[in-house]
Design a binder for this molecule. Sequence first.
Ligand code: GUN
Length: 281
Amino acid sequence: MTAQLINGNLLSQTIRADVAKRAAALTARGRQPGLAVVLVGDNPASQVYVRNKVKACEDNGLHSVMEKYDGDMTEAALLARIDALNKDPKIHGILVQLPLPAHIDAHKVIEAIAPEKDVDGFHVSNAGLLMTGQPLFRPCTPYGVMKMLESIDYPVRGANAVVVGASNIVGKPQAMLLLQAGATVTICNSKTRDLGAHTRRADILVVATGKRNLVTADMVKPGAVVIDVGMNRDDNGKLCGDVDFEKTKEVAGWITPVPGGVGPMTITMLLVNTIEAAERT
Ligand code: GUN
């Protein structure tokens, strides 16, 4: 069997066309949706992500501001910037790119963002709303994964879903969204014993660990949907995910490539969340 690809670029195009329409309608009413992206330090991967986020705004009619600061910025200075963005009526979404330098308390910074502008959905109040089934913002990557499952009309209700990785950014909110869609969810982490015994039971397998080739073909149930959230470099410097794509695509029913899978969807859902924030004002 050769799996069908779930193409994140193609799906993004469709969703971004709708985003552009909604952005134009808001702009016509004098409320152009605006996103502020804040980057502290010079992490090369973060610089690329942030640039892509700002470009996606520009391409789809959203206003964006990029604030770049040196790695030695103080926590107090960053909190002051967030306070100013919270009060700026042109800004509907605030994203502080993670990771932050070690001397800055990331939790404190996330809690300083006004929950109604927290388009990442990381604020404890938004995490709580998600957990209790009344999300204000769905975190972008898990939201994108749900859109990918929707795009193949996958019957999530009653399916066995296994999420490998338990981060606040992906694994935990992903599990919540799958649970709310009616899946039976297992969350695995770096200490899970016999990972394959869990993953082999998955109808839907979402892998988000940042470990190249962690999931191999023998760990995948034939016909499963395999969603690879990983973003790593192979020995030749080429982008790759957490799943051994070449062999696993012969076992899975559907699979997402890296690049061109979940990555573009994360940015697309950030645009959607920013539009939603602006529509609520
Ligand atoms: N770093 C890695 N992924 C993300 C994300 O989705 N949002 C933010 N703010 N930082 C990240």
